[in-house]
Design a binder for this molecule. Structure first.
Ligand code: COA
Length: 437
């Protein structure tokens, strides 16, 4: 710590030049003090055409406000709630990319990276700091950037794995101690719990779990109280895993790699999650090129990947990142894990979602809305789960899929979906439907 010279956030961000590309450590760990200092330079007219990259972040992200057009441009790898409106209005943008490859964008030079702005735990006696809750593409940004500005923050958990980096990788230091942004999830409702129960019914003892983002993961975890020897190899986890670890249900005993460890690349949850990973040898926070590589994922057996979606068509094309042409979130790690699970011995890949929106609109459609992005292709699809049950689409024809998908649609919408399937596939569709009753 003695050899580290601490400067103010204002001084630190002076390194940013016009046209630079900046990476921000992401999710719970966006370096708010540096963002604020950067905005001050923007307000003074000192900067233009600065690109800002990150996964989704929690907390304020004013650099994408209309008034910063031409000064800052947020080109994100995943769109979170704090930049959704600005993205839909065109003031921020999205780079379609598999989460596994976000690191590669920097490492292969597809995206320039001039300044990495990160938060780290205080240096230990060996000079190591931890990236805490955001290793994802942040480690690659640190490796590739011309400058790394690190904010020492005692609230950044001292997470192990690739998260641990040596101080020599950082050339500009600041200090600012403030709690990480917390993400709070609502208690699962009846429909989500029904979906959770169907997913849990497919999860075997000894399975290695990945759960995506959204309301469903906690609903599934809530139903795993009687399982045994579960493992975690995922891109993120949140509060839902904690009771299962405490009960010894998640113990990683059955894992083929990283035995006994919970592997993740970023985290968002309550302070309890951040406390849990602090100084915890059971948790390995790894580079996203490791956690999300389908071939690494498949080194574990019984990988069970559960992700959610916004819309699915009757052939199994999954839209998870937009509502029609309105961009909502991102590809994230959905395809990485669906493919990894399908390569894993005994693996199961699931897309789980309520059959209707809160307003009663069917999320199962004859065709995806105009402008909807296909995240998971129909060739990648295995299990599809709603509150009405789980169906396995793998190896099924288009017409068989239509019948299976419609069988777990909301009863109020089944007749119209059947009609659409009939129009699309002809009378033979009805024939298959009746044959399979
Ligand atoms: N038509 C219109 N609106 C729809 C809709 C549809 N078919 N489906 C959902 N919506 C609306 C909901 O009503 C809700 O609106 P609100 O915010 O006004 O309440 C909003 O879209 C979000 O839907 P919800 O079902 O609450 O989403 P969720 O929080 O459970 O998250 C995904 C689901 C698909 C958005 C989320 O899993 C995601 O972003 N996935 C990205 C890919 C992925 O899975 N990556 C792996 C993890 S990084």
């Amino acid at each position: 710590m003695n050899s580290i010279k601490i400067v103010s956030a204002q001084e630190a961000v002076n390194v940013v030049k016009n046209g630079d590309h900046i990476h921000l450590s992401s999710v719970a760990s966006a370096p708010q003090s540096l963002i604020k200092a950067l905005l001050e330079r923007g307000d003074k007219g000192e900067l233009k055409d600065v690109k800002i990259h990150h996964l989704h972040t929690e907390g304020a992200a004013p650099y994408a406000d209309e008034k910063y057009a031409g000064i800052f441009q947020a080109d994100q790898f995943f769109v979170g709630g704090n930049l959704r409106k600005q993205t839909q209005a065109g003031f921020a943008d999205y780079i379609p990319v598999f989460l596994s490859e976000t690191q590669k964008l920097y490492r292969c030079g597809a995206l320039p990276i001039n300044v990495a702005m990160i938060q780290v735990s205080p240096p230990d006696k060996h000079g190591f700091v931890s990236l805490g809750t955001s290793v994802d593409a942040t480690l690659a940004a640190v490796e590739c950037a011309d400058h790394t500005i690190a904010v020492i923050n005692k609230y950044v958990p001292r997470a192990f794995g690739d998260a641990m980096i040596h101080s020599s990788k950082i050339d500009i230091w600041c200090e600012n101690h403030e709690p990480l942004e917390e993400a709070h999830f609502t208690t699962p409702d009846e429909i989500e719990l029904a979906i959770g129960a169907h997913c849990a019914g497919l999860i075997e003892d000894g399975a290695c779990l990945q759960m995506g983002i959204g309301a469903i993961p906690n609903a599934v975890l809530a139903k795993l109280g009687n399982h045994k020897n579960l493992g975690i190899h995922t891109e993120m986890f949140a509060d839902g895993v904690l009771p299962l670890v405490e009960a010894g249900i998640i113990n990683g005993e059955n894992k083929g790699i990283d035995k006994g460890k919970m592997v993740s690349t970023f985290l968002m949850g309550s302070q309890k999650v951040y406390d849990f990973i602090d100084d915890n040898p059971m948790v390995s926070m790894m580079d996203v090129g490791y956690t999300n590589d389908p071939y690494i994922i498949a080194k574990n057996e019984k990988v069970t990947a559960i992700n959610s979606a916004l819309q699915i068509d009757i052939t199994g094309q999954v839209c998870a990142d937009s509502i029609g042409a309105k961009h909502y979130s991102g590809v994230g790690g959905q395809v990485d894990f669906i493919y990894g699970a399908s390569l894993s011995k005994g693996g199961k890949a699931m897309i789980a979602m309520p059959s209707v929106t809160k307003k009663g609109m069917s999320k199962i459609a004859p065709m995806l809305n105009v402008g909807a992005g296909v995240v998971t292709t129909r060739a990648h699809m295995h299990y599809f789960v709603t509150e009405y049950g789980a169906v396995d689409l793998y190896g099924k024809t288009l017409q068989e899929r239509a019948r299976l998908i419609i069988s777990v649609a909301h009863p109020d919408h089944q007749a119209e979906l059947d009609k659409a399937a009939f129009e699309r596939f002809g009378p033979h569709h009805t024939y298959i439907k009746n044959m399979c009753k």
